[in-house]
Design a protein around this ligand. Structure first.
Ligand SMILES: *[C@@H]1O[C@H](CO)[C@@H](O)[C@H](O)[C@H]1NC(C)=O
Length: 210
């Protein structure tokens, strides 16, 4: 009996029993960022709102040259996601929209098409293209880090919910890496075999320099 009482007293007084620090690491955006994400917010300051994101029913803004809207629900938008290793987003594909070829280094992706007819594809490291025109209800998965793309093949807009195997998925967009960066045009021309005039035109389109 005495042993039980002392065990209970030990549990109550031990730091790990004062739970929440171990239950979650809600993002403290003011703190330093480490390899696993944001610093942890003081658990005493955490509220339920740290675990809630609202407004995903509203389409993402797709006023851009690709007519593609993307609304992330990552750790930056939903602090409770910090360190959990997954995240989601809403994607809106206007009629005629295209998602430029991009990759998420080290991260895999799963997409659930809610509306529309959208072609999704990825390119494996042996340059095989795996692509399919998806319709409402289809789910498409992209293995980690592979280049992938999408474009709307339908007469209406498309909407998808996307999941990622990271709370803060990185993205590298091929067009932007080449043409929005300051990598010198002659270097791009000689490394891609795209002629210099076209490289310069694309630098203009994407507002790159060099
Ligand atoms: C959508 O984005 C465009 C381009 O960034 C911007 O000009 C426009 O104001 C945005 N629309 C809304 C409703 O936020």
């Amino acid at each position: 009996m005495i042993a039980l009482v002392s065990f209970v007293l030990f549990l109550i007084s031990s730091p790990s029993f004062q739970a929440s620090a171990l239950d979650f690491c809600v993002a403290d955006k003011a703190g330093p960022i480490g390899p696993n994400g944001f610093s942890c917010k003081d658990p005493k300051k955490v509220t339920v709102d740290d675990f809630v994101f609202s407004g995903l029913h509203v389409p993402a803004n797709s006023t851009n040259m690709f007519k593609f809207g993307f609304k992330p629900v990552f750790d930056a938008q939903l602090p409770g996601l910090n360190t959990l290793g997954f995240a989601m987003a809403r994607a809106d594909f206007e009629k005629g929209s295209a998602v430029p070829i991009h990759s998420h280094p080290g991260v895999s992706e799963i997409t659930f098409l809610l509306e529309g007819k959208v072609r999704f594809g990825f390119i494996s490291s042996d340059n095989t293209v795996y692509q399919k025109s998806l319709v409402k209800g289809d789910v498409f998965v992209v293995p980690p880090g592979l280049l992938h793309f999408a474009f709307n093949e339908g007469d209406t807009s498309g909407t998808a919910i996307v999941g990622f195997s990271s709370s803060s998925p990185p993205v590298q967009v091929l067009d932007l890496a080449l043409f929005q960066s300051n990598l010198a045009s002659p270097v791009i021309a000689s490394t891609t075999l795209i002629n210099l005039e076209e490289v310069k035109r694309l630098k203009g389109v994407f507002k790159g320099s060099g």
